[in-house]
Design a protein around this ligand. Structure first.
Ligand code: ATP
Ligand code: MG
Length: 212
């Protein structure tokens, strides 16, 4: 079972956007997907409520059971093939349990110096917990070969910590969320849809899916 945790303390980096779109792409690739919203803002639950399709299954995670999160997630093995955990933009116990439970942590990162500087505590927490992780460069400028984004891409690729492809800033991501869809449903032949299918394929290959 793949257990994918989206985490970064930096607000607005794209945790929920990537979670919703990857979940739909995973469903389309044949995965049985369950998602938990660990954020009191409940942006993931709100998306699910505006959605017509049954899959993925989305639930808020009960706040009084956070300590048991890794065991509860493991108990879903057999019923689901992929679990996606969307965390709050905060350093809290729920985020730490979700990082520990994961087979792969994804850290969305906008390609700016401010964002890069802010990501260190998240990465340190993931490393302490021992879970494999990768950055997702998100909201990259649409201009081809933007020097800032490419500098970061090259740096992260060199250390083997970049999920591919880079994700571009596109209105389709915002419009798909607003209509309770993933971009692969909202605009299935778009560049955004292509990005999300490729990113899911990258993740499915890297996430070992054998966490005990
Ligand atoms: N690739 C993208 N293209 C265009 N807009 C994007 C993209 N990724 C995210 N956004 C927009 O950026 C904003 C923040 O994204 P999102 O809510 O997914 O971040 P988050 O990390 O979940 O934030 P929070 O920390 O508040 O939970 C939203 O308005 C979202 O629509
Ligand atoms: Mg969010």
């Amino acid at each position: 079972m793949h257990i994918i945790t989206l985490a970064t303390q930096k607000g607005g980096a794209g945790k929920t956007t990537l979670a919703t779109n990857l979940a739909v792409a995973a469903v389309e690739a044949g995965e049985k997907v369950v998602m938990f919203d660990l954020d009191p803002q409940r942006s993931l639950v709100a998306w699910a409520e505006s959605r017509e399709a049954e899959a993925p299954h989305v639930e808020p995670f009960p706040a009084d059971r956070i300590a048991k999160l890794p065991e509860m997630v493991q108990a879903l093995n057999g019923q689901f093939t992929t679990v996606i955990l969307d965390t709050a933009g905060a350093d809290n116990t729920a985020t730490h349990r979700a990082m520990e439970a994961a087979t792969l942590c994804l850290v969305p990162l906008r390609p700016t110096r401010l964002d890069a500087n802010a990501v260190a505590p998240t990465v340190q927490a993931i490393i302490r917990g021992g879970t494999p992780f990768a950055f997702v460069l998100n909201q990259c400028p649409p201009q081809p070969n933007n020097p800032r984004a490419f500098e970061m891409k090259n740096g992260l690729e060199a250390i083997g910590k970049l999920a591919l492809p880079m994700i571009i800033q596109r209105a389709d991501y915002q419009d798909a969320y607003a209509s309770g869809q993933g971009v692969t449903e909202f605009s299935k032949d778009s560049k955004a849809a292509e990005e999300m299918r490729s990113l899911w394929a990258w993740i499915a290959k890297r996430s070992k899916g054998d966490k005990k």
